[in-house]
Design a protein around this ligand. Structure first.
Ligand code: AMP
Ligand code: MG
Length: 315
């Protein structure tokens, strides 16, 4: 069914068919996942991947995450190992992305992987994207549905505001529950977290029963830019605002309800804070604030992912 934004659709059999047809024709569409909304295209098609990079204005050296519905399909493209299978069993489908070696016979477009011999793969956990993946023959390359370096979208309306009518279809699957991007773990050598997320180091360590490597963390992923997740106004960390025209992002119950204060989680719950992070940054921007100050947020567990996004937003 259509609503007033003429390219935002709720999900039904007809829209499933239309979406699958568009993807098979190598068009790109906006789709919900549990982490953030994605800009999806056929991972096997050079022309679809070209569109994704162009729409997002994403630098070509920043590879895309490839999304699958099941292990059998992923096995066509990457080489599994024991760590991967253990983590898959525990966390998938879910907000965890694995970097694995690419198979020589893989059909994934080399544009999508920025010519690397590795691939980042994920099994998303949202019934709409699972349904779509089940209905097409190829996996989907799907970065966040926003112009590169900005805030990731967590609703269909956020996607609409980025790309307007340039997308034929944006499917509305509700607000993304996780609200920040997946954890990325490199399993090509000693396991190493490249990007923190809601699945935290301790959860992973418990399953793998090894300490994760901290080596070369500076290098991280190709294309993992220092400036990222930016709301488009200055973000200043660890200081209090100097005027009421500046917004203050806070965390925990000690902060009062003041007009320019935006609490990520009054209960000091990090999961809730992560889910609120982009929502609150967009709200602040929309209200016309000129700067965002941010109070201290714990630097443990999921707090690491929140601090990572805030730090990049502040660059
Ligand atoms: P995004 O699509 O914006 O969620 O970002 C995907 C992240 O995964 C980026 O930071 C990439 O650098 C990272 N990534 C994708 N493919 C690879 C790969 N083959 N090796 C290492 N990192 C990757
Ligand atoms: Mg992104």
């Amino acid at each position: 069914m259509k609503n007033i934004y003429s390219n935002i659709y709720s999900f039904d059999k007809i829209i499933l068919k239309k979406t699958v047809r568009l993807l098979e024709q190598n068009s790109v569409v906006g789709l919900p996942t549990e982490t953030v909304y994605g800009l999806a295209g056929n991972a096997y098609s050079k022309s679809a991947i070209k569109k994704i990079f162009k729409f997002k204005k994403r630098p070509s050296h920043n590879p895309l995450i490839i999304h699958y519905n099941n292990l059998k399909d992923a096995k066509q493209d990457v080489i599994f190992n024991k760590s991967f299978l253990k983590l898959y069993k525990k966390f998938c489908p879910g907000p965890l992305t694995f970097v694995l070696k690419k198979k020589a016979k893989s059909k994934i477009s080399s544009l999508a992987t920025a010519n690397l011999n590795t691939v980042a793969i994920r099994f998303p956990n949202h019934k709409i994207i699972k349904n779509i993946l089940k209905s097409i023959d190829s996996p989907l390359a799907m970065p966040s549905a926003n112009i590169s370096s900005g805030l990731s979208p967590i609703s269909a309306l956020d996607v609409f505001k980025e790309f307007k009518k340039k997308l034929k279809i944006i499917i509305d699957g509700g607000v993304s529950k996780v609200g920040i991007e997946s954890t990325v773990i490199d399993l090509c050598t000693k396991p190493r977290i490249l990007r923190p997320g809601v699945i935290v180091e301790r959860d992973i360590r418990k399953v793998l029963k090894v300490n994760l490597s901290k080596k070369n963390l500076k290098l991280r992923s190709p294309g993992m830019m220092r400036k990222h997740y930016s709301p488009g106004i200055p973000v200043i960390l660890g200081q209090t605002p100097k005027s009421s025209s500046h917004a203050y992002i806070v965390f925990g119950k000690k902060y009062k309800n003041i007009n320019n204060y935006f609490n990520l989680s009054k209960k000091a719950n990090l999961k809730e804070a992560a889910a609120n992070l982009y929502k609150i940054m967009r709200k602040i921007k929309d209200k016309g604030y000129k700067k965002i100050y941010v109070s201290k947020i714990p630097k443990t567990g999921l707090g690491l992912a929140i601090n990572d996004r805030l730090k990049r937003a502040s660059k």
